[in-house]
Design a protein around this ligand. Structure first.
Ligand code: ARG
Length: 277
């Protein structure tokens, strides 16, 4: 299951030029297979903690090697999804991807600005569960510090930003047309945090994953239309100026009744033993 899912994630990016639409485990209409669906372009200065993960060796140079998102929570600390660091996605264990980099401060992947910083160390959550998708996070240590002011505070357990109904914004790079024409510019979409009961009903257990309220949160719109999508994984979901989620999984993208599922940041804090805000 995990292998199939991971391949489905990796392929649209690796084969972007071929514009082949690869269906997910559940049949996904081509029109829904786009990144940050229902979103709008943003300048990275509006979310300077949003970074792109890149390996030109593994994914080619057409999109500067971008294959996942990430979020800076410290000058040398970036969070991403555990599944982004899997061999099925990277084609090798992360320590054997020497050009693994974080691209920061750049809205257009192919532009010159911002910085590309080497990843010095990768820690993948050993409790990441490939069946439910629970615990989908990894910590990257950077070889050089990011500029001051480019990291975001993490929302601890009990933070009001987690409340159902809260407006949140998700950020990521890629195709917004659904036809494999990746634009390479940062996009964002506004979604609302959903009640756990809604998430549980949407994902009671199946081939895509199982909703677990302790380790995940879900966000979207009742009517669908706005969501994260393939290639956004590991990127930030921000509410009230704090990080509440990392893009993790979902059935299709922007489907009514199938909200996007995110790694719950307060659970990352407790797993790592970091202070809860
Ligand atoms: N797993 C995907 C990735 O690797 C992200 C999927 C998010 N899907 C969603 N409908 N929110 O990029």
């Amino acid at each position: 299951m995990r292998r199939r899912l991971a391949r489905a994630l990796a392929r649209p990016l690796a084969l972007a030029a071929a514009s082949t639409v690869i269906p997910l485990a559940s049949a996904v209409p081509a029109a829904a297979d786009s990144i940050v669906v229902g979103g709008f372009p943003v300048d990275v200065s509006e979310g300077p903690w949003t970074v792109a993960l890149s390996s030109r060796d593994r994914f080619g140079g057409t999109r500067a090697g971008q294959f996942c998102g990430g979020v800076a929570v410290g000058r040398t600390t970036v969070l991403t999804a555990a599944h982004c660091m899997e061999e099925e996605v990277l084609g090798a264990p992360p320590e054997r991807v020497p050009d693994l980099r974080v691209i920061a401060g750049r809205s257009e992947l192919l532009a010159k600005g911002g910085q590309e910083i080497a990843v010095r160390d990768v820690w993948v959550n050993p409790d990441h569960d490939a069946v439910t998708n629970s615990g989908d996070f990894a910590v990257l240590s950077l070889a050089e510090p990011l500029p001051q002011g480019s990291s975001i505070a993490m929302a601890g357990a009990g933070d009001p930003a987690y409340r159902a109904g809260t407006e949140a914004t998700v950020y990521g790079w890629g195709d917004t047309t659904g036809s494999g024409s990746y634009t390479g510019s940062l996009h964002a979409a506004r979604v609302h945090v959903q009640r756990d009961a809604v998430c549980e009903k949407a994902y009671p257990g199946g081939s895509v994953g199982t909703y677990r309220a302790r380790t995940m949160l879900c966000a979207g719109e009742a009517a669908g239309g706005r969501d994260a999508c393939q290639g956004d994984s590991g990127g930030p979901l921000v509410a009230q100026g704090r990080l509440i989620g990392l893009v993790s999984w979902g059935a299709g993208c922007g489907w009514a009744g199938s909200p996007g599922v995110y790694t719950r940041v307060s659970e990352i804090l407790s797993t790592l033993g970091w202070p809860q805000g």
